[in-house]
Design a protein around this ligand. Structure first.
Ligand code: IVH
Length: 668
């Protein structure tokens, strides 16, 4: 038990340090794989020793059972709001006012970016994170402790190596989402037919206010800490001193924060931050100036809801009004169609905007966006501008509703909206708009695997008209490739050789390579196992597909749609004509294969084969490879330095094999 306790303490320390380096210092010290390994080891140890679980363990960040509602919390010290200054002149006025109220005193200010997120409060008792809440109306907020625990940059226990943890500490900050993460999340929302969030702020708010914290745990939230609430057992002379101590305890403090000693410095800060606004990865909507000295803050005092010692300097709006002149269906690399509004060009916060994404048909219908409409548009840094809403009052009756066309504007092939999806899609894999993407996928390692055919070369081949569909690859001549820019005889021959090597392939690889919607590597293998040859797959009915274990109606329909498209059938014929030969596999019932029903786990550093190869060997023989050891595991194969999984296998009396044992088993 003591050994377990010791290992658990060690793992928590390592994981906390890794979190701190990654999320607070922005300087990763270990790889993602190593992090996952440590985390899994800790999870396993805590699972088998539940009495050693604690509320500050990093495993607590995955979320807890859903709540039916949030509780309310009364803040010990109200969370104030800030007065706004809309211009340099108003900011100058504020600075003068402060200096006048503190005559003959040297007043320093702390200048900070104003983060466009959600204010929260984190309460620590004797160093332990005990409660977290939203700002609410400033007096009372909602208790969202479990949700806040999922944010990895929030310490669950203060690091007291340098500064002892005070008896009570309330830290306030802004929870936000990076723009890129917001865009990714929106793509996921849209492809799951869920409404997109309007901006990173809304998506941070929506993510934080989930009753099911396991959902919050999957959202990429982060925090910048910037102010103090109640506190016992420590006192600060200045705000800046407080901000300098925060990271020592483990909190994340914005690196753009600056101590300023004069009006000029403050105004220069405002100008500079507005200038770099778009190049930072998260949304800010202004700057905040705070009097640095705590004594001076107290002297200045507060008005009803906002302090006299601080102000927000707001930036110009990033929203404007303009008219939609045209709506175009643009086709992406995977055939997904995105309607794009062409706008009367308008300057939004210093950048001329002439296009905005309309996402998909549902978004158009929900917002009732019509051709000719006057709309409010919004941009935030590098996020593609969006239509916020239609100004219906400005309609004159000439506006036209918009519907994504049934035919692809590029190739004229069918456009369909697959069941359960938000996006319409062009069904033709040779559509010029999606050709490069589909070739990249086709040649990739886990698909048909043509080594050395990189993105640049594919681009040149498509742009020069050398290949118009994936099958053309198999008719290429070395001279044609050598004639391309930066290619020579030898490198061209290497490509030809790689293409030659890819001719002998498996049905599973070919299916995966074709890029059928919703059909990846795994389904490819299932289909190979079931049909054994391509003709049977092509002529399969919906019911037959739908009845295959692991294939559902959405996948079945995607396969039917794909083979219904004449051009896709022609491509397959030409691939075969070009020499692509499928090694036939015996159609075998799952149950007849030698490893049917057996589950393998590979752990440690494998030296005789890669993990992928091992997986492929097991699956070929009807078995399954899994990543965690449980009572359902049949064999654990251990490489070098195998850790907790090997121990767990011993505890569960699972058969343990060395790599050589495994190879012998496979061969037999
Ligand atoms: S200080 C009395 N600092 O702005 C000081 N607030 O309008 C109160 N905010 O509710 C807050 N970045 O959500 C402070 N660096 C920053 C901030 C910041 C964003 C938000 C916060 C607050 C609102 C006040």
């Amino acid at each position: 038990m003591d050994l377990f306790r010791q290992r658990i303490t060690e793992l928590r320390k390592q994981i906390n340090e890794a979190n701190y380096s990654y999320y607070v210092l922005d300087n990763p010290t270990i790889s993602d794989a190593e992090y996952d390994r440590l985390m899994r080891e800790l999870q396993n140890l805590e699972e088998s020793n539940p009495e050693l679980k604690t509320s500050d363990s990093p495993t607590q960040r995955v979320g807890a059972n859903p709540l039916t509602e949030f509780g309310t919390i009364t803040h010990r010290v109200p969370l104030l709001s800030l007065d706004n200054a809309m211009s340099k002149a108003e900011l100058t006025e504020f600075i003068k006012r402060v200096q006048k109220a503190l005559p003959e005193k040297n007043v320093e200010f702390v200048a900070e970016p104003k983060i466009d997120g959600l204010a929260v409060e984190l309460v620590y008792e004797n160093g332990l994170f005990v409660k977290g809440s939203t700002r609410g109306d400033g007096i009372t907020g909602e208790e969202i402790t479990q949700n806040l625990k999922t944010i990895r940059s929030i310490p669950l226990r203060l690091n007291d190596d340098k500064i002892p943890a005070p008896a009570l500490l309330e830290v306030r900050g802004e929870v936000y989402m990076d723009r890129r993460d917001f865009e990714k999340l929106n793509e996921q929302q849209l492809s799951a037919s869920k409404p997109a969030f309007a901006n990173p702020r809304n998506s941070a708010a929506g993510s934080l206010r989930q009753l099911d914290s396991r959902i919050t745990a999957r959202r990429p939230l982060n925090i910048w800490c910037y102010s103090l609430g109640a506190c016992k057992g420590i006192a600060f002379d200045s705000h800046y001193e407080f901000l300098e101590i925060l990271p020592k305890w483990g909190f994340r403090v914005n690196p753009l924060i600056q101590l300023c000693k004069s009006t000029d410095e403050l105004l220069e800060y405002y100008r500079h931050i507005e200038e770099i606004r778009d190049s930072i990865s998260y949304d800010i909507d202004g700057v905040v100036f705070k009097v640095n000295s705590i004594i001076q803050q107290e002297e200045l005092g507060i008005k009803s809801r906002s302090p006299r010692w601080a102000i927000a300097g707001k930036f110009k709006a990033q929203q404007e009004i303009t008219q939609i002149l045209e709506i175009e269906a643009s086709v992406g690399r995977t055939g997904a169609i995105t309607p794009v509004a062409h706008l009367a060009p308008v300057n939004v916060g210093g950048v001329v905007v002439s296009n905005a994404t309309l996402h998909n048909q549902d978004e158009i219908d929900r917002k009732d966006i019509r051709l000719g409409d006057w709309v409010v548009i919004q941009r935030a840094g590098d996020v593609i501008p969006q239509v916020v809403k239609v100004i219906t009052e400005r309609r004159d009756g000439t506006e036209q509703k918009y519907q994504i066309p049934d035919e692809c504007p590029f190739c004229g092939c069918h456009v369909i909206r697959p069941e359960g999806e938000a996006k319409h899609r062009c069904q033709n894999i040779n559509c010029p708009a999606q050709l490069k993407g589909s070739i990249q996928h086709f040649v990739s390692k886990r698909a048909i695997n043509i080594d050395g055919l990189g993105d640049k070369l594919i681009e040149q081949m498509v742009d020069s008209g050398l290949i118009k569909n994936v099958a053309d690859l198999y008719f290429l001549k070395a001279e044609q490739i050598a004639a391309l820019e930066r290619m020579a005889k030898k490198s061209a021959q290497n490509v030809i050789d790689a293409i030659e090597n890819s001719r002998r392939t498996t049905l599973a690889r070919l299916i995966h390579a074709l890029g059928i919607r919703n059909v990846g590597e795994h389904i490819g293998k299932l289909l190979e196992r079931h049909f054994g040859n391509l003709d049977k797959l092509i002529s399969a009915s919906f019911d037959e597909l739908n009845n295959i274990e692991g294939v559902g109606p959405i996948v079945a329909q995607s396969i039917i749609d794909f083979f219904n498209e004449q051009k896709n059938r022609q491509t397959i014929d030409r691939l075969i004509e070009g020499g692509v030969a499928i090694q036939t596999t015996k159609v075998a019932d799952f149950g007849q294969l030698p490893l049917a029903g057996k589950t393998f786990v590979f752990t440690g550093t494998l030296t005789k084969f890669t993990r992928d190869e091992a997986k492929e060997m097991v699956e070929k023989l009807g078995g399954k490879a899994s990543s965690s050891v449980s009572k359902n595991t049949d064999y654990v194969v251990i490489g070098e330095n195998a850790g907790s999984k090997a121990d767990k296998a011993k505890n569960l009396a699972v058969v343990i094999l060395t790599e050589s044992d495994f190879l012998k088993l496979i061969e037999s």
